[in-house]
Design a protein around this ligand. Sequence first.
Ligand code: ADP
Ligand code: MG
Ligand code: MG
Length: 875
Amino acid sequence: MSTKYVYLFSEGNKEMRNLLGGKGANLAEMTSVGMPVPQGFTVTTEACTRYYDDGRKIAPEIQDEIFQYMAKIEEITGKKFGDKENPLLVSVRSGSRASMPGMMDTILNLGLNDEVVEGMAAKTGNPRFAYDSYRRFIQMFSDVVMEQPKTEYEKLIDEMKEKRGVSLDTELTAEDLKELVGQFKARYKQNQGVDFPAEPKTQLIEAVRAVFRSWDNPRANTYRRMNEIPYDWGTAVNVQSMVFGNSGNNSGTGVAFTRNPATGEKALFGEYLINAQGEDVVAGIRTPSPISHLEEQMPAVYRQFVEIATKLENHYLDMQDMEFTIEDGKLYMLQTRNGKRTAAAALKVAVDLVDEGMIDEKEAVMRVEPKQLDSLLHPQFDPAALAKAQIIGKGLAASPGAANGQVVFTAEEARAWHDKGQKVILVRLETSPEDIEGMVVAQGILTARGGMTSHAAVVARGMGTCCVSGLGDMVVDYDKKQFSIGDVVKKEGDFISLDGSTGNVYGEAIPTVDASISGDFDRLMTWADNARQLEVYANADNPHDAKQGSDFGSEGIGLCRTEHMFFEPSRIRAMREMIVARDVDARKKALAKILPYQQGDFEGLFEVMGERPVVIRFLDPPLHEFLPTDEGDIKEIAGDLGITPEALHNIIDGLHEFNPMMGHRGVRLTVSYPEIAEMQTTAVIKAALAVHERTGAHIVPQIMIPLVGEVKELKYVKNFVVATADALIKEAGSNMQYEVGTMIEIPRAAIVAGEIAKEADFFSFGTNDLTQMTFGFSRDDAGKFLDYYYENKIYESDPFAHLDQSGVGVLVKMAAEQGRAANPHLHLGICGEHGGDPTSVEFCHSVGLDYVSCSPFRVPIARLAAAQAAIKNPR
Ligand code: ADP
Ligand code: MG
Ligand code: MG
């Protein structure tokens, strides 16, 4: 049997989202439970994949199938596509498996031409409505299908409004709109070189093609990469008979959530516009009314809507985000999906649903996206500074968070300033999907227009970025690069702050303070901890970070980088002395000066961590990183060291390396200078003994040797460590235990892991180095060319952000298995950046690691990701 590429809404259900996309599956589901859904059909994601496989062509048999289904819709609706008396108009809507709001395109009122519009005007007795629909169609078709500039058409509308002396679209008359249609068609022909297509069948196939094509547009690609949505999923296309919210004052259109998507509060939340169509509500063209007004305006419709909303939430057991249209007093449902929400709302909804008996604790843990927690873990405004700050304006609290930064007015500027290391606030009249690149890098987003469901608000909430929208008093002047609120004027580069939880805007940069975990957050994290099987540690080099990690729930320190301790001015001097020492004695003397600093640092860590594991990595970077480069510094330091500047120059030159990343660093340093390992061991052991003495804690320090690729080099260095440690422990009359392990971060180490495991108590996968050495490109240089790889679909995501499971991951898995086989007591962890990335954490769970270690701020994210991995796939 040949593949079926098209399904009626009545043939599908919510389980078919892979094939029908989220929108199609849910339209089918609503149809099957008897809700008022304008009928239509879905062209599957497989048809989209096929379109790309066929070289961006819709195969004739798929076109035929589409027309067959069009005939079925004609039968169901009793209308005819392209008919003058009783025309069927449709919308053509994209819808992929994962919801990608605003990323792809929709066309409404398809099927109109000069004759059909006249028929529609006659049939409805409402020519204004007919021509309003027609001009919208031409606009959307030109934009979406032909990729003509939207602004050209908007400008024609603005000119018409000006000519007529009106300010709202709804004030334009039938005659005005008819004239606009003429202008639009002329503009179309001017841009396209051919007439606007009058044949509805042509319009339809072109629109379907445009939706398929939009899967590959730049903003969709950016969104996919951010959200790890695979390219090969494709999008479905929904063709649905139109209902009209723009047919008069007894009609309208709106969007609503069953709970508040910013706070999670249980109450219907939404907006609608009378006499409007499609995206008017979210586009911020007119200011919509809150959904509660509908109760007065159309009580029966409101009651029916509340009933449907409640039913949908109980059906999906989650907060729903719905689109509806009212045509001449009759309600239609156009979409439902699990609503996007802020992190705070996600936590509240998940916890409330458990309390309401709708879902269990494990399901609640699955409902919160780990990455989202990020927005709650970052600093909030310092209350004292906030109390003193001057409010310059108040908009809608569209997406919570505290942001301060410098004002910029375009997405391009936002990116440019961000790349220079500045924190920016993106200020726009309103945002559109083209602004996505700037929104991603902004600390906060401020718009003059648009409600709680505007593009800016929805996208910001999805990204966890602070947003204040709809600040109507704000006048934005793009040409002068400034905005004003009353008398206050702010120019590009000026500092402002946004409070996304209150909508307040401040005319200064308000300092921020650290976040904490409490309330719903704490309850959900407890459920997550009950479910997870991986342990979660933090990477911390000092007591402050150790404490931060610990406050966020870390169970140990998976990586303490000892070199960071040497960059402080008071210490670098001793370090430099050590580096330039020309014999062992001189080096030992310098090391002796470093020892007390190092011991003090470790004592601080052990004091914070008590008996929890602390993994201390020995000196890793190339030595020349510690040397001065500035001529003045070199003179001064040479003087300090009692050598000539020339001599110091020679030493520095001698330390120069062609490729420091692969040079004299890591274990290679201690193979050349074992006294470094002796000093560091002494510092670790003495610190542990001292803290035990003071607190009674039984500390088992873990010493980690970096960059090992051969068991003999580990063994060689380990002998010095063990000899030093055992002597100190014996001398102290203690029976303290300690461990010596290694990082697996060189591909060779992964290959010979079975050998190395015989000499190691633990492995910690250093996936930053392992990634760069496996790919053969460095993290610092990859930014220059990876964009080309994304554009050409060679790599889908940054391998330094998301562990490359099919390459680097295979090495990790192999090393874990061989290591465990050779040494059953071996414990396994990961300490690269990937330790805090949810999909990478899931991978670590599946290959059986014992723990992940990540930066303190990502500890809660890793805890939740580990819990979700364990629930999905218990081990
Ligand atoms: P998006 O995925 O960007 O929300 P949609 O496909 O949902 O795009 O459509 C955009 C707008 O058009 C929505 O407001 C939707 O409700 C409206 N719309 C889509 N199809 C129809 C239809 N058949 N009748 C009336 N309005 C429609
Ligand atoms: Mg859209
Ligand atoms: Mg929609």
